[in-house]
Design a protein. Sequence first.
Length: 152
Amino acid sequence: MSKTLPIRTTPARSASMKRVRRQGTDIEIRVRKLLTGIGARYRLNVRDLPGSPDIANKRRKKAIFVHGCFWHFHSACPRGRVPTRNRDFWQEKLLANRTRDAEKIKSLRAITYDVMVIWECELVDEELIRKKIEMFWFGDCAVILFLQRFGH
């Protein structure tokens, strides 16, 4: 029986992957600045809520997840693709991330939280995303859910 060796990555790729942060990413910081700009009050990485959302307000029952398109396998974005190298590993990992994300959202909605997902690629148009965030945070969530499903 032959034993397969793990696929090795280049030192440059390994160093690049080590620099990826879990919290306080550039896209999270941009979203937090938009929230602060509209006067929203929030807490970061609220561990006592299901899924530990990136941004949450318990009084308003609002939660926001800020997803990088690659790591959360955004199917509507070119960045949300499986790498060609070590494809099986990445496909399994990225699909597991997507499944875990869906469970987190489902758990929060089960305790009547409104949940918004902001994708990295959406931040290209900061004015549009600011309006979406403002409607989600202060307005009618039905409108923002409609925009998420059918707009972008």
